[in-house]
Design a protein around this ligand. Structure first.
Ligand code: TXA
Ligand code: MG
Length: 315
């Protein structure tokens, strides 16, 4: 597969973004695929290349909290509080949007999701570019997200312009999205910041719960997500599974007969499982396995985010 330009210098990546190019970049959650959020041609090309439904809004990435006013307006106090508490880090706040952010970015909504990623090279790129950067996860729509630059190349080749090189993502699951434009504020997507952490800042924040799919304010939740070619099956107890055909196993505890699987992986903690999860789904496909059995995790803490991704991968 042909490669896009591989940048080691964030100034080069910033220059390309300023010139309307599509540049993938590392973050602590997953890799993002960026375009100038004020350039509609660049944003339209991004939707087309990713195969993203145009009714699913993108998150806008900024270098620091000072840049927030270039993206949002009438900023709710809670949005500032959450960014101050958890940024740079895996939190996205939804706030009223400024007109400079083109309509395609927010799928026509009057609100915009904003996030400050915890990756030094990426923040340098954003600061130097001096423009807000719209970026979905850097994967073909519907597939598992990418936590390494090699997986980004696997999905896009040279159909994107460049990748800012970085380490594998340390968290491995996307940011927590909180809609701060409603009263009370509402968590739309579980992620790297847990409900318990959010409640310490504002106890009235609600969860969208099981009906999140029906909520037109969270359009991204309507589409298939995180799915490899292999069939994904979830289990609680390893004793339940009898693998059929060439299957993979991912879990916190080992299967009593690991040799029954074409690939058998165990993780020491929920955090390790989350970090490895998307890349493991991709590896299952690379190995040509037909199914993957994934152990469920408890909904506590950041386990809630992994549980959400497991359920959606298995849909
Ligand atoms: O960790 C992350 O958030 C990664 C990295 C690259 O920053 N980005 C990411 O983007 O996960 P994406 O496009 O895969 O998911 C964005 C989610 C979608 O569920 C979308 O519906 C929601 O954020 N979202 C974005 N803007 C929104 C808005 N204005 N109102 C409600 N939901 C919004
Ligand atoms: Mg995504």
């Amino acid at each position: 597969m042909k490669e896009p330009e591989l940048c080691t210098n964030p100034l080069r990546a910033a220059f390309l973004l300023r010139n309307g190019k599509l540049v993938a970049f590392p973050t602590e959650t997953v890799y993002g695929l960026g375009a100038d959020a004020t350039n509609s041609a660049a944003v339209e090309r991004l939707f087309a290349i990713k195969g993203r439904p145009t009714n699913n809004p993108l998150i806008v990435h900024i270098a620091d909290i000072e840049q927030l006013v270039t993206v949002g307006q009438d900023i709710p106090e809670l949005a500032r509080l959450l960014l101050k508490q958890f940024s740079p880090g895996p939190i996205t706040v939804v706030v009223p949007k400024r007109p400079a952010i083109v309509a395609a970015v927010t799928a026509g909504l009057q609100t915009v999701g904003v996030r400050i990623p915890d990756e030094l090279q990426t923040r340098t790129m954003l600061r130097v570019a001096g423009i807000p950067v719209a970026a979905p996860s850097a994967n073909r729509s519907g597939k598992p997200s990418c936590t390494t630059y090699q997986s980004v190349i696997e999905d896009f080749g040279d159909s994107i312009d460049a990748i800012l090189l970085g380490a594998p993502s340390g968290i491995g699951i996307e940011s927590t999205v909180v809609d701060c434009t409603r009263q009370p504020a509402r968590m739309l997507r579980p992620g790297g910041i847990s409900m318990a952490q959010l409640w310490r800042v504002e106890p009235s924040i609600t969860t969208a719960g099981q009906h999140i799919e029906l909520d037109d304010n969270s359009p991204g939740r309507l589409h298939p997500h995180y799915q490899p070619r292999a069939r994904v099956h979830l289990f609680a107890d390893p004793g339940e599974i009898v693998p059929q055909g060439r299957a993979a196993y991912l879990g916190l505890v080992p299967h009593p007969h690991p040799d029954q699987f074409g690939w058998h992986c165990t993780y020491d903690s929920v955090a390790d499982y989350a970090r490895a999860f998307y890349e493991a789904l991709r590896e299952v496909d690379r190995r040509g396995l037909l199914s993957v059995h994934c152990q469920r995790v408890a909904l506590e803490g950041t386990g809630a985010a992994l549980a959400d991704r497991l359920a959606r991968a298995a849909e």
